[in-house]
Design a protein around this ligand. Structure first.
Ligand code: IPM
Ligand code: MN
Length: 357
């Protein structure tokens, strides 16, 4: 029995999560995987009830679970609460408490949606399929921070600090994923300027000897930002530190043109993790049955693939999504002329129905 903690969160989180669970229930019947779901509060809704975006009851449940599914958190209602109580800080604490250091963010273009990309088709090439592996529990996000009054006014700092253990464990995940794909790994850093990047480069270059089949390439982050829109198909797997990964994964996702389609996984040493769509809580469209649930549904697929290692069931979800797109069904965000527009619920039903086939 897999114990799954469900954190629907805020905005469109609850309605997209409902569709994810619908699809997982279909998987559970079809593949006789037993799953038990328990819901807890996280994000703005938890601030309202507990004055804490990641309250102890939620943390305890997450630590005891086999896996955590997260909808989306935050919204303008909570923008003015103090920094330590913001939904973002809850998210960082969730990642840290589960030690979810390896954040996998696939930017995969569904061929049916190529015209939604903001990049010309000839630049995108035949198929765009990049996996960004972002370090998630270190660097400037978690290094010492502070403020001090100086003779030039207030000064503030966020220490970007890494040790080799942190670099190696996430890089190992990236090397292994590269080995299962096209044996191509790009380390993105700023080793011409930053000491932490120099340590990344030394460590990862040394590790590459253990993976003779994987071709490692090192690239400065400014160049990587440019290359991603100049010639994206040169990339396969990218590994990088937390802040660079935050920025580059947003850029990579935009190549696909549809934020509503992209899932993510954040894993710890044992493959336990947090699975969530990369889009936000979109409060402006919440509760209207128009949000696209596909990113959440694909995140459920990533949970089956990376946490429970049931590839057959994960692939069933990926294929189901693709089949529904092939049949012309679209949510509002990816709607195109001559396609069939459906709402959140209908999209969930269509994908679940494909699972039973
Ligand atoms: C993300 C988000 C978060 C991050 C924020 C909300 C803390 O931008 O998941 O990429 O910076 O990691
Ligand atoms: Mn981000």
């Amino acid at each position: 029995m897999k114990k799954i903690v469900v954190l629907p969160g805020d905005g469109i989180g609850p309605e997209t999560m409902k569709q994810g669970l619908k699809v997982l229930r279909a998987i559970s019947e079809k593949y006789s995987v037993e799953m038990e779901f328990e819901e807890y509060l996280m994000g703005g809704c938890a601030i309202d009830k507990y004055d804490n975006p990641y309250p102890p009851v939620t943390e305890k449940a997450c630590l005891e679970a086999d896996s955590v599914l997260l909808g989306a958190v935050g919204g303008p209602k909570w923008d003015n609460v103090e920094a330590s109580k913001r939904a973002e800080s809850g998210l960082l604490r969730l990642r840290k408490s589960l030690n979810a250091f390896a954040n996998l963010r696939p930017a995969k273009l569904q061929p049916q949606l190529i015209s939604s990309s903001s990049i010309k088709e000839e630049v995108l090439g035949e198929s765009l399929d990049i996996m960004v592996v972002r370090e998630l529990t270190g660097g400037a996000y978690f290094g010492e921070k502070g403020r001090r009054e100086t003779e030039n006014g207030m000064s503030a700092w966020d220490l970007m600090i890494y040790n080799t253990v942190e670099i190696k464990r996430v890089s190992r995940v990236a090397f292994e994923i590269a080995g299962l794909r096209n044996n191509k790994l790009t380390l993105v850093d700023k080793a011409n300027v930053l000491e932490s990047s120099r340590l990344w480069r030394e460590t990862v270059t040394e590790m590459a000897k253990e993976y003779p089949d994987v071709m490692l390439n090192c690239m400065y982050v400014d160049n990587a930002a440019m290359q991603l829109i100049r010639n994206p198909s040169q990339f396969d797997v990218i590994v990088t530190e937390n802040l660079f990964g935050d920025i580059l994964s947003d850029e990579a996702s935009m190549l696909t043109g549809s934020l509503g389609m992209l899932p993510s996984a954040s894993l710890n040493e044992n493959g336990k993790g947090i699975f969530e769509p990369i889009h936000g809580s979109a409060p402006d469209i919440a509760g209207k049955n128009i949000a696209n649930p596909i990113a959440t549904i694909l995140s459920c697929g990533m949970m089956l693939q990376y946490s429970f290692k049931i590839n057959e069931a994960a692939n069933k979800i990926y294929d189901a999504v693709s089949n529904v797109l092939d049949k012309g069904y679209r949510c509002a965000d990816i709607m195109m002329p001559s396609m069939i527009r459906v709402g959140t619920e209908e999209m969930g039903d269509l994908i679940a129905a494909e699972i039973y086939k």
